[in-house]
Design a protein around this ligand. Structure first.
Ligand code: SAM
Ligand code: SF4
Ligand code: SF4
Length: 348
């Protein structure tokens, strides 16, 4: 928090702030709730997030007005894209209202990541509120495997219905995120690739990461992006595609027969920290400059303490210019030492 107090009154030139490694600020992920109706074993394992787990109180959460004010302020620092996440963003009451407020900010690419469980009900309202695109997480097409992963017996069919509803509402092309954990769902890689290639959705495979300290991560559990590409390519040949833009997280591969593409997010085996332009705001308004940061900077304190825009601009600038995070690049040396923040809190 000390950086906030270092903040000076002189305003930076909007959009030009660079961190210590020369990286600009381009993407903002905002966690709108720390709650979720799933208990994915790699994210919110039941042993930790059980009945007695204390989630944040309602008044601790940033209000929609506070989130929108921050979004406007961050826009001036070069933010081009906002992703709403959580926890499960669709469990936050009246989320459509927030979407409408954010969609009114010109020039922002607005998207959201969801587990898809409430999407069939909400897709149309999200689109009408101004959401442009959506990413749905789904780890298997096999009910037994998927239920073992979400740990609340949620069936695959309901997520597929949600994906269909999103596509029908015009939120496509829908992106699908699949976390691959060895011994749990590697057998689902090919069936998932086949189905979403046929349906024209972009499937993105995510290497299982050591976020937080509750998921018992081990390197042996990671199925590498390379391995995933090889498995798919053996049946449906793939070739690499250039990134859409610098700093794109997913490495793109297209099917050689022209039938669509996939992405692989190799956050563990091929760290992409040097192009990382992402900041995260947690549910209670802390700014994190890395998914693996050990601490955040309290923006809610400023918002609720009556700070004017210039003060908050200066604080954001002071935090970003000091940023030197590159956790994934130095993971091997640090992974056992750090008290990391849970992904469901900081936002994936
Ligand atoms: N609840 C929403 C969902 O599941 O899509 C949004 C929040 S979730 C934390 C965002 C993304 O992070 C999801 O695609 C999820 O699969 C991914 N994720 C969670 N824990 C992970 C881990 N340990 N390694 C890799 N990805 C993870
Ligand atoms: Fe919930 Fe998403 Fe985490 Fe699964 S990955 S527990 S759906 S927040
Ligand atoms: Fe960005 Fe931190 Fe992930 Fe590196 S480890 S890509 S700096 S969020």
């Amino acid at each position: 928090m000390s950086e906030l107090h270092l903040a000076t009154k002189s305003s930076p030139i909007p959009g030009t702030t660079r961190d210590r490694l020369g990286r600009p600020l381009r993407d903002l992920r905002i966690s709108v709730t720390d709650r979720c109706n799933f208990r994915c074993v790699y994210c919110m394992p039941k042993e930790v997030f059980g009945k007695d787990y204390q989630f944040l109180e309602r008044k601790a959460l940033l209000s929609f007005e506070e989130i929108t004010r921050l979004a406007r302020l961050f826009k001036a620092h070069g933010i081009e894209k906002i992703r709403l996440t959580g926890g499960e963003p669709l469990v936050r009451r009246n989320i459509e209202q927030l979407i409408a407020m954010l969609a009114a900010i010109p020039g922002l690419d607005l998207t959201l990541t969801t587990n898809g469980s409430l999407l069939q009900k909400k897709a149309r309202a999200l689109k009408d509120a101004g959401l442009k695109r959506i990413t749905v997480s789904l780890d298997s097409l096999d009910d037994a495997v998927f239920m073992r992963m979400n740990d609340v017996d949620f069936p695959v069919a309901r997520v597929l219905e949600g994906i269909d509803a999103a596509a029908a509402a015009g939120l496509g092309p829908v992106k699908i995120n699949m976390v691959v954990k060895r011994g749990l769902n590697e057998d689902s890689i090919l069936p998932m690739a086949r189905l979403f290639r046929e349906r024209g959705h972009i499937l993105r495979f995510i290497e299982y990461m050591d976020v937080g300290h509750t998921n018992g991560w081990r390197m042996d559990d990671v199925v590498s992006a390379r391995e995933i590409v090889d498995i798919i390519s053996a049946e449906m040949p793939l070739e690499p595609v250039d990134a859409n833009y610098r700093g794109e997280v997913a490495e793109r591969w297209r099917y050689r027969d022209g039938q669509g593409e996939i992405g692989v997010i190799a956050s563990v085996t091929q760290a992409f920290c040097r192009d990382c332009t992402r900041a995260r705001i947690s549910t209670e308004g802390k700014l994190y400059t890395c998914l693996f940061a050990t601490g955040g900077h309290d923006l809610r304190e400023l918002l609720r303490g009556g700070a004017d825009d210039a003060r908050i601009h200066a604080a954001i600038d002071a935090i970003w210019v000091q940023r030197s995070d590159r956790y994934s690049e130095i993971r091997a040396a640090q992974t056992v030492k750090l008290e990391k923040i849970e992904m469901s809190y900081i936002g994936g």
